[in-house]
Design a binder for this molecule. Structure first.
Ligand SMILES: [Zn+2]
Ligand SMILES: [Zn+2]
Length: 372
């Protein structure tokens, strides 16, 4: 369902109303595609068999009618541009170049091959919601850009979605690394440091209060009251399931983490679980359906490699701060360190294989810049 934008949907009620409309055997899982289609179409046996014969892929090309077709590669594509197109996308060596829909369908097919353990089966009847998240709102992008697309179950808790959302700001390593850029590998990341966050859906703030997190929505609620915008409810996301929500399809809601990193969140559709065609493994949800990579910042020196460092107070930089890649930072801001006599004595084969020790050529500051 992708209804009117202003229509508030009580998801529990939505599920109950749909259950009343469907056949009893709808939630019986049928892995046989033909049987599943047959059940969905609800046609007499004879009509279905006729239809099945008419749709036989062997009739796709009359000249090929005698040939057994087991895969897309078997089709003769001389005059069939659509087959050529399919062949092309199915056989691309780099999976990343395949259209998103094909990648998702292939993954879904693989997931559906797995036989769920009893406790890992979706407790049908249930619903599946499509949820879209934007890139951070306060980023340099002027236009709104989408980042991730998830499928969540009605039975999923809101915190399960939060745990699957990725944002490049979560991966920023905390600290100033000019003395030893290599130490960035062992430095804590932002998400290790700030674990709190909230969803803002229909005037309610759902806080992540696991791990002794703070209620970071408190300041928003106070601000709302002071500015007479309204009184917002507050709940915990680890105790709220999606099925408990009232939502509007296509309406912009909010996900906030790291204190002030804001992402728009939109529900794009809601439907009943179809046990024969949807992934039936409960543990796989929320499923990441699509991920759009944001715009990358290239190194301001070589303009070839992605920037990894933010450099401040550098006497060589035209702009302050400057974004540099690893190679340009080391080549322009560091000198080979002279080894002391003691260090020379300790040199062994293993150390010789390691990179040379570097020291700062002058005073500046360096911070990590994450782009995932
Ligand atoms: Zn973010
Ligand atoms: Zn560079």
């Amino acid at each position: 369902m992708s209804g009117e934008e202003d229509e508030l949907i009580n998801l529990k009620q939505f599920l109950e109303e749909r259950i009343a409309l469907i056949r009893e055997d709808y939630f019986v899982r049928n892995k046989n595609v033909h049987e599943s289609i047959k059940a969905d179409l609800d046609l007499p046996e004879e009509t279905f068999n006729k239809l099945q014969n008419m749709c036989n892929p062997k009739l796709f090309n009359p000249e090929e009618s005698q040939r057994e077709i087991s895969s897309i590669e078997d089709f003769d594509s001389e005059n069939l541009s659509f087959v050529e197109y399919l062949k092309n996308i199915y056989t691309r060596p780099n999976k990343r170049n395949q259209p998103v829909e094909i990648r998702f369908l292939k993954n879904l097919a693989k997931l559906n091959e797995l036989e769920p353990e009893n406790e890992d089966q979706i407790q049908a009847p249930d619903i599946i919601l499509s949820v879209q998240l934007s890139q951070p709102l306060n980023s340099k992008l002027r236009k709104l850009a989408w980042s991730e697309d998830f499928l969540v179950l009605g039975q999923n808790y809101l915190c399960e979605l939060k745990d699957k959302i990725t944002c490049h700001r979560d991966e920023i390593r905390i600290g100033e690394f000019s003395e030893d850029p290599e130490s960035v590998k062992s430095a804590p990341s932002m998400k290790d440091f700030i674990k709190s966050g909230y969803f803002f859906i229909e005037n309610c703030l759902y806080n992540d209060m696991r791990n002794e997190n703070n209620d970071i929505s408190e300041v928003v609620r106070k601000w709302g009251e002071e500015k007479k915008i309204g009184t917002f409810e507050s709940k915990t996301m680890e105790n709220t399931k999606f099925i408990d929500l009232n939502i509007k399809i296509g309406f912009p809601y909010l996900y906030t983490h790291l204190g002030n990193c804001e992402h728009l969140l939109i529900f794009t559709s809601v439907k009943l679980v179809n046990p024969s065609s949807d992934c039936y493994l409960k543990s796989k949800y929320p499923i990441l359906k699509d991920k759009t990579r944001g715009r990358f910042t290239f190194c301001w020196c070589c303009n070839k490699i992605y920037a990894k460092w933010i450099v401040c107070n550098s006497k060589y930089a035209v702009d302050d701060p400057t974004f540099l890649c690893e190679r340009c930072l080391k080549n322009t801001h560091y000198l080979l360190a002279e080894k002391t006599d003691e260090e020379n004595m300790e040199v062994n084969e293993e150390q010789e294989e390691n990179e040379e020790k570097l020291k700062k050529a002058f005073d500046f500051k360096v911070y990590h810049y994450s782009q995932i």
